[in-house]
Design a binder for this molecule. Structure first.
Ligand SMILES: [Zn+2]
Ligand SMILES: [Zn+2]
Length: 261
């Protein structure tokens, strides 16, 4: 059996952790959960953390790396990150673990997975999205925490069968939210903030859909968005496009397991 699967353990500002599974190996992308919560969600998804081959880091915001040092140290896992983020981890000091530098110029082979990082636009040090090529040649691209869809991001989306893409907020809900100060609203909708539902769907509508099989909407704001709104807008968007695959909403409290086939 050579099954490929995706497991969303957590997605959103309270923590992000995604696992790609292939042939018994697990590749972890970000680990923003406590180790206890992480191992609990792995167990709920039927995953043995001992089979993880490495941790990829998108960027150093706390919702993506909160659990990384302890998890990497306890499970003896190498952490793959941009040079600036690897340096940030080395300055941590408290837990010992190995860091390996990843650059967009050099795809990395991590177990059965080929990993290509690419730059995204976010207010962090060298933030990355990732395209993971599975042993069968199919590609999964993860893009969250970006303020805009650059040409490079679009190119990565366009060659992928599976997408995890940010649908962070509805601009009207963000605009009307009385609990968010003006500068925070500005940060979220800025070019180095987060993708709105509209920005996400505009990019999806322009994609060639002959390859695309599954889309997972991720990093939804609990304050300025709702799964119903994303589902509704996505249905309209896909109605205008040639997309015939499936779409999912990544939960803050996972796991959600999705076969990659
Ligand atoms: Zn985030
Ligand atoms: Zn972030």
């Amino acid at each position: 059996m050579n099954k490929n699967k995706l497991h969303i353990l957590s997605s959103g500002s309270k923590g992000n952790a995604v696992i790609v599974e292939s042939g018994g190996e697990l590749l972890l992308i970000d680990q923003g959960l406590s180790l206890k919560c992480f191992t609990g969600r792995c167990a709920a998804a039927g995953l043995d953390p001992a089979r993880i081959v490495g941790i990829l880091i998108t960027h150093e915001h706390v919702d993506h790396i909160n659990g990384v040092p302890l998890t990497a140290c306890k499970l003896h896992l190498p952490v793959y990150a941009a040079p600036a983020v690897a340096a940030y981890f080395r300055d941590f000091g408290r837990y010992e673990f190995e860091t390996r530098e990843l650059t967009p110029q050099k795809p990395a082979q991590i177990g059965r997975f080929t990993v290509e990082p690419f730059p995204v636009m976010h207010d962090a040090r060298d933030p990355y999205g990732f395209t993971v090529t599975l042993p069968n040649g199919e590609r999964l691209t993860l893009v969250t925490d970006t303020g805009i869809v650059t040409q490079r991001i679009f190119a990565q989306l366009a060659v992928s069968e599976y997408l995890i893409i940010e649908a962070n907020h509805d601009p009207d809900m963000l605009y009307r939210n009385p609990r968010y100060p003006a500068d925070l609203k500005q940060r979220i909708r800025g070019a180095s903030g987060h993708l709105s539902n509209q920005q996400c769907l505009e990019a999806l509508e322009k994609l060639p859909h002959d390859k695309l099989k599954k889309v997972i909407f991720a990093h939804l704001s609990e304050e300025n968005n709702s799964p119903e709104l994303v589902r509704h807008s996505a249905k309209e968007c896909f109605g205008r496009s040639a997309f015939t695959g499936e779409s999912f909403i990544a939960p803050q409290k996972g796991p959600l397991s999705i076969p990659l086939d």
